[in-house]
Design a protein around this ligand. Sequence first.
Ligand SMILES: [Zn+2]
Ligand SMILES: [Zn+2]
Length: 464
Amino acid sequence: MQNSEWSGGLSGTLSKKCLGCAGNLTFDANIGALVCHMCGKVYDSKSMEEKGSFALAFREKEYEEGEDVAAEDLDKVEFVCDSCGAQVVTDTNTTATFCSFCGSPTLISRRLTRQFKPDMIIPFSISKEKAMSLYDEFLETADKVPKDFSSAKVRERIKGIYMPAWLVSGELKTDITATGIRMEDGIQACYDLNRTLTFSLENIPFSGSKKLGQRMFEAVEPFNMKEATDFKTAYLQGFYAYKYDSLPENMIDKIETRIDDYGRECGKKSWDGKYDVASDHYQTALTGVNVKYCLVPVWFMCYEYEGLYYHFVVNGQTGEVCGRLPVKESIAAKAINKFGKITPVLFSVIAAFLIGLLFMVYVTIKSGGNTPMGSPMWWLLFLYSSVVCMAITLPTVYIFFYKRYINKQLKKSSEKSPYELDRRPPVEQYFALNGKINLEKNDRFATALAKTKVGENETRYTML
Ligand SMILES: [Zn+2]
Ligand SMILES: [Zn+2]
């Protein structure tokens, strides 16, 4: 009896329908609410009250065939790449001669097939010259860059592109339960920690174009939203804008994961180092979800090399750079990474023995059988000539290597690359203006354990 009641309750929850589009609602443990993956609406699981939406309130409308383009879209044109399908929008005064994504020169220009109306735009503040010099610095960080990457063909593919971004805002509530342990007068005290953090997050950006992956996007974040302004076609002149090809309601998982991580990040800070936290559990919920559509400026380059795509992305507002280059290390670089500062010594010893060997080949031939290879005399001469050579190779190789490679290479391998892809900005970056963290504490003493030493390395805890 009880069993059927349980299953009835469960299937009742699962079959709840979205009040907006009648799509099936699923309970999402990440945000602790019911979510419609069709339209993005979020509902409280008990009261069915709408708690926000991952969808855009006003989305771009497709133009039907034969339908006239709206007056505000007449000043724009669309280019479609025949080879990779990339679609860019620009103003009618700007042309495109090749695809900035795949490099294909076959572009078809046409009138817009969909409205183009972002809520906001952040204009470019980084010039093309600056972007190019950042590219040169980027190339210098790799040890051996294939020639292609510094060729004019690749350099001219760096283009100023407005990328579609979904800016997600909402109030984040994180419930935390954990066990905290601390020492009190030589006794180990355990506490049940129950905390609730509430704070507002504002304008967390998510890439709306599959051409720019979220990891790369996060690596060049943040964008300063104070400079965002209403969209006008004039901003497109000389630049291109990618049309969005993924909608926020299709990337709810991605959004929730990041929101969830941010909830944990703040939760961990709330311990203040007062406890050793043994086991913690987090439950996050984002309410009042609101999504805006903003164009953000990036200098962008994508190049296919030996079957892999390599990207170079510059935040067109702040100059933050991320990218990847093919890794091809020289023998010298590999040796330096392995042997460190002793590498020049190893190289000069090897060089000296090689020269010594060459000398011995000469001697063996010249002496006409008087010093056969492998004889004690031969070995003696070989060692002697090699050691003499070392007096020349040691300083030569050392000076050459030390100046040119060693310090540079050791520094490079110990430092984190400034161009790394996984660089998500910390949660503080997206706190709402004048936002405060509201922290409710309900920490309770649970048990105390007395610590007794048993033997050398073992300690035993007994409940008091
Ligand atoms: Zn729906
Ligand atoms: Zn293309």
